[in-house]
Design a protein around this ligand. Structure first.
Ligand code: ZN
Ligand code: ZN
Length: 673
């Protein structure tokens, strides 16, 4: 085997030489390379992206990670023989990070193979933060205690400057190579590839099936951390073997790793699953079922405040609230197309005992709202019709995918459907954007971008709806976003087959990105349900539907909000604004009087009447992140006052009950401005 391998390598070297000799023979063939700044530079054919970077500056040559030639991402040592447009990516570009982390996955696999020669490899992609590799360790049960050893081996290989050498192979050769090694996962992957498209990447003893691109060698990978491990079914299939998924991250500098680890620490403190438990907001019970959240009294208080807040805004914008059942006839979903999408792959149908009826747990609210629209004929004068519902939907998720409130099997969308004429689309879009912006402002999500997803103009047959209608809708979204001053990115080809959309991505207080809020245009459901309205021309027309959910879902939004605020909610939203701490049993009666007075003044809170020292009660109230502590004793009772402490800030002095209420109500008003 080794001999064959050596032969192949020699042949590879030889053929490369031939190529370079040929280029030499051609002599000084010059090519034009256009750069993103619009400039065009001339180079000799055979130049590499690295050479181009070096011709620009030594600094760029040190920083460049990968490149794209006419849109295709390639290694820095790939030769360029024709005119092209070239982009150079550094660590600061998403593409650069992707190349860096994906190469790091090869490095980790190479280290694992040296330490555990029996290991068999699945796939190892880059992810948003770092990378993973799915590995079958055979008999060995890996634990976090093994991480330092793997990290050290990775460091050693990286320091040695081992390269990542690309080689094209035939399908037969690729299959034989991995079959000989017993790499069953790789052979399964190769079976699905087309001959002529297969490449290997060699890094020392480790050879991987991969299409690349990668770093030229591992030497720039300076800081390495294996973060965690998890079980992962091969190809996500519960019936297949469970492999070990090793998550890790790497950086070009140690300082960057340190900063990242500090951020992870902070994220851990803010984890909504941890805070949700500590603040008694929500819980899960295995007896109720996985992924089915139970909202506790305080969480419910918080959620209902959010719902009421949105209901009020929506009312101002002309929405009408509706309520619909949690199940629907299976035929309804067959008409809408949701059965085809969710019927087999989600919760199965429910049947009645005698009449043979079949129902589906609601995976979407839209069909119910469509039926409300259909109840009576509509004229263009009735439109837009805006139907809103906090509608709970049910979708199956694999148990391994469940995660706190962000990945659940039952969730409530802050859903609404707008039925409008094509001419009204832009104005409706503007109004929905205004609602989203108001929510973000009130909840202090100051850093966000919006993604406009358009159809692929070269592939229009994929989409339903006429060209004319699409152009109008896409223009409406683009213009509405511009008029509202949104910072947008436009993704061509990312639209759903049934319409273009606008998604909001927010950055939370510690810089993590979350997708919240979607506005989606839909031509499909009006078509499937044959919706109509009578136009000014007295003819029948199809309305357009907009699906929109500014929070996304209550579950996901509350999770993000907990992590964004670290559980310190704004005063208008927090389940408890104050807690009264009587310094002894003697003052409990007075505490009750204060509580009832404050309730009358529209404030909410409770009394800590445990037989504990005041110091302990203060510490616990701080832990519970309750904004105000009201300490009451002899003096307060005699004067009809409370001693006020603010969470994290400390003593604010003594004030009358009315003055305290006024202060809180003022702050609330300010927050909701
Ligand atoms: Zn690779
Ligand atoms: Zn919908």
């Amino acid at each position: 085997m080794a001999k064959i391998q050596q032969k192949i390598s020699l042949f590879y070297l030889f053929s490369k030489k031939v190529v370079s000799l040929q280029i030499e023979k051609i002599g000084m063939t010059m090519i034009n390379i256009s750069l993103p700044d619009g400039s065009v530079k001339q180079f000799e054919a055979g130049v590499t992206p690295f050479d181009v970077a070096k011709s620009i500056s030594d600094g760029l040559a040190r920083a460049v990670v990968s490149a794209s030639v006419n849109g295709q991402i390639v290694e820095l040592n790939r030769t360029i023989n024709e005119d092209c447009s070239l982009r150079l990516f550094t660590w600061n570009d998403a593409e650069g990070k992707h190349t860096f982390w994906h190469s790091s996955a090869h490095l980790m696999a190479a280290a694992v193979l040296e330490l555990y020669p029996e290991a068999k490899f699945g796939i190892g992609p880059a992810i948003e933060n770092g990378f993973y590799y799915d590995i079958d360790f055979g008999e060995k049960v890996l634990s976090s205690e093994d991480f330092p050893k793997i990290e050290a081996k990775m460091q050693e290989i990286a320091k040695a400057g081992v390269g990542l050498v690309r080689r094209e192979v035939s399908k037969a050769e690729a299959l034989k190579f991995f079959a000989d090694k017993g790499e069953v996962y790789k052979t399964e992957l190769i079976e699905e590839l087309e001959d002529g498209s297969i490449t290997f990447y060699e890094s020392g003893k480790f050879i991987d099936l991969c299409k690349g691109p990668h770093l030229v060698d591992f030497s720039s990978i300076k800081a390495i951390k294996i973060l965690s491990l998890a079980g992962a079914y091969w190809r996500g299939d519960e019936k297949r073997k469970q492999l070990t998924r090793l998550y890790a991250i790497t950086f070009p500098k140690k300082k960057e790793l340190d900063e990242y680890l500090a951020l992870l620490e902070e994220a851990k403190k803010r984890d909504h699953r941890k805070l949700g438990k500590e603040l008694e907001l929500f819980a899960f019970s295995q007896n109720v079922g996985q992924g089915l959240p139970l909202w506790l009294p305080k969480g419910t208080e918080l959620r209902q405040r959010l719902e009421n807040f949105l209901k009020k805004v929506q009312k101002d914008y002309g929405y009408q609230q509706v309520m619909t059942p949690h199940i629907g006839d299976v035929h309804l979903y067959k008409t809408s197309g949701h059965y085809q999408k969710y019927g087999q792959d989600s919760f199965r149908t429910i049947t009645t005992p005698f009449e043979g009826e079949e129902y589906l747990l609601k995976p979407m609210n839209c069909p119910h709202h469509v039926e409300i629209y259909k109840l009576k004929p509509h004229s263009y004068k009735d439109l837009p019709l805006r139907l809103a519902e906090f509608g709970t939907v049910y979708r199956y998720e694999q148990s391994g995918e469940l995660h706190g409130l962000t990945r659940v099997r039952s969730f409530t969308q802050d859903d609404a459907h707008i039925f409008c004429t094509p001419e009204q689309l832009k104005e409706e879009f503007c109004k929905v954007i205004d609602i989203v912006l108001y929510i973000f402002k009130t909840l202090k999500f100051e850093n966000f971008t919006a993604q406009i997803s358009l159809r692929d103009p070269n592939n229009t047959e994929k989409y339903i709806g006429s060209d004319d209608v699409w152009e109008k809708a896409e223009r409406a979204i683009i213009e509405a976003s511009a008029e509202r001053g949104l910072k947008t990115v436009t993704e061509v080809g990312e639209a759903a087959f049934y319409g273009p959309k606008l998604d909001f991505m927010v950055k939370d207080a510690i810089g993590r990105k979350w997708q919240l809020g979607t506005i989606q245009v839909d031509y499909n459901l009006p078509e499937r349900f044959e919706l109509e309205y009578t136009g000014a021309d007295n003819q029948k027309h199809r309305p357009i539907m907009i699906h929109r959910a500014p929070f996304g879902s209550m579950e996901r939004f509350v999770a993000v909000l907990i992590e964004h605020t670290a559980g310190i909610f704004p005063l208008w939203l927090t389940p408890e604004q104050f807690i009264i701490l009587p310094i002894s049993e003697k003052y409990e009666e007075y505490a009750k009087k204060v509580l009832s007075l404050l309730a009358q003044l529209d404030l909410r809170g409770s009394i800590d009447d445990r037989n504990e020292k005041t110091g302990k009660k203060i510490r616990d109230a701080e832990m519970a992140k309750i904004p105000f502590m009201l300490i009451v004793g002899e003096k307060e009772e005699a004067d009809g006052t409370v001693s006020v402490r603010r969470h994290k800030e400390g003593d604010l002095g003594t004030m009358s009950i009315e003055a305290f209420a006024e202060k809180v109500n003022e702050l609330v008003k300010e927050e909701l401005k």
